[in-house]
Design a protein around this ligand. Structure first.
Ligand code: AMP
Length: 445
């Protein structure tokens, strides 16, 4: 399996990734980074939630760090175009986080705010500029910025640009770029117009496609239980005591956590085993065999260990910890409801995991109903403590959780454990519920 160091990234970047607890590259990162480091153009077909920001930010930072030179005045070495100010700010935050040990400059420009500070930020030259198209064009037309020294050009969320009417602006910006440059083009879908634009912009690109995973989530009945971290193990044992949880795959973020969970279940009289990279091959095989045979009711795994697990008839997936990469959530819950079977996924969400849940809900385009119908375990230290409910807790992890941890939605309309899919989604579905309304960024300052 590929690790970030296998990809050939600079040690300062690896250090920043370790500080973010990124243990291994996501598929799009593993596929795109080696090509981008060699200077190839890239056509990335991927949606948000796949780790695509780091897929382009890491090799870009690596290239700039390897070839240091001052950015020219009123210009930049890297230009990233993004459709919304929110996304532009998130991308800039990612560059700052991953590049925090490199001393490179990052600026973001978008419309709807005063242009003055942006002009001042650009004056001395910037290494990485992230911009929305309209405001960028304003700066170009006003002579505040020139693009001829740009070495790397990234067009992110191209289909969203099309939806928002930015393609004409982009067509005005591109001729101002130098002919010699590296181009990165990302889009979740490839409508004809976007295909044409990609063909015009890219030279002999590598194509990296990450299959949209969000659909898998439709087949699984999903619940979220809002619970304090300290109460998770008690809740898990309680749920496993309920009927119907016959073959349960439990996901833990860490290996140590997986061991602790499995020991706790055993102590509660539930046959359980842990499977992760610190276990010997033999121990892993034994754990898997006894899970397959039904002798072990709960198998506790890390994401990485779970990749090798191929078991049918998993009745429940429990996310003891929410995954850092939203896409992993879909892969995890896809372990149940296989071969036409129904499956149930229950995710534990501690107050510091609300931001992760929000990212997941954005990816799967639905709100996961809160799990009701269980007596929330009492906190042994505070016997009268109330169980957690939605309510906008801040996120944690020190990760670039750019999505912002906005307060959760209405929630509280969860289903009992034994209820099945179908009626639980709010009417009207959740098509793009988390997108900001279309906004032009070239409004006058
Ligand atoms: P993106 O698809 O770029 O919006 O990224 C989705 C989320 O995944 C962001 O919150 C990132 O911080 C997180 N992320 C990206 N790559 C990794 C990784 N290799 N390991 C853990 N988290 C990651």
């Amino acid at each position: 399996m590929t690790s970030f160091s296998d990809l050939g990234l600079n040690p300062s970047i690896l250090k920043a990734l370790a500080a973010e607890n990124y243990t291994s590259p996501t598929p799009i990162q593993a596929q795109a980074i080696p090509h981008l480091l060699t200077g190839r153009d890239l056509l990335g077909i991927a949606q948000t939630g796949t780790g695509k920001t780091a897929a382009f930010a890491l090799p870009i930072l690596n290239r700039l760090a390897a070839d240091r030179k001052p950015a020219q005045r009123r210009s930049c070495r890297v230009l990233v175009l993004s459709p919304t100010r929110e996304l532009a700010s998130q991308i800039a935050a990612s560059f700052r986080t991953y590049g925090k040990n490199l001393g490179l400059s990052v600026a973001v420009v978008f419309g709807g705010v005063s242009a003055g500070p942006q002009v001042r930020a650009l004056a001395g030259g910037i290494d990485i500029l992230v911009a929305t198209p309209g405001r960028l064009l304003d700066h170009l037309n006003g002579g505040m910025l020139k693009l001829d020294p740009v070495e790397i050009f990234v067009l992110d969320e191209a289909d969203q640009m099309l939806d928002m009417g930015f393609i004409r602006d982009i067509r005005k910006i591109v001729p101002k770029l130098p002919k010699q440059r590296q181009n990165l083009f990302f889009s979740a879908t490839m409508p004809k117009e976007i295909g044409t634009l990609a063909a015009e912009l890219l030279q002999n690109p590598v194509e990296v496609k990450v299959t949209p995973v969000a659909k898998t989530a439709d087949r699984v009945v999903q619940h979220v239980a809002f619970v304090d971290s300290a109460q998770k193990r008690v809740l898990l044992a309680k749920l496993l005591g309920e009927r119907g949880m016959s073959r349960v795959l439990v996901f833990s973020r860490t290996k140590h956590g997986a061991d602790k969970i499995s020991k706790h279940l055993e102590a509660a009289g539930i046959q359980a085993a842990a499977i992760h990279g610190n276990k010997s091959q033999g121990a892993r095989e034994r754990a898997l065999a006894s899970f397959k045979s039904g002798q072990t009711r709960a198998l506790v795994a890390t994401d990485i260990a779970a990749r090798g697990i191929d078991v049918d008839g998993v009745s429940h997936v429990v996310n003891f910890d929410l995954p850092n990469v939203p896409e992993s959530y879909v892969h995890r819950i896809g372990r149940t409801a296989r071969a036409g079977n129904e499956g149930i996924a229950i995710s534990f969400c501690a107050p510091d995991e609300r931001g992760l849940l929000r990212d997941i809900e954005r990816l799967i385009q639905m709100q996961v109903p809160a799990l009701e119908g269980y007596d929330a375990p009492r906190d042994p230290v505070r016997p009268n403590a109330e169980p957690h409910r939605r309510g906008g807790q801040p996120h944690a992890h020190g990760k670039p959780r750019h999505r912002g941890a906005a307060p959760g939605g209405p929630g509280g309309n969860g289903q009992r454990l034994d209820q099945r899919n179908g009626e639980q989604r709010p009417a009207g579905g959740f098509r793009k519920p988390f997108r900001k309304p279309a906004q032009r960024s070239n409004s006058p300052a």
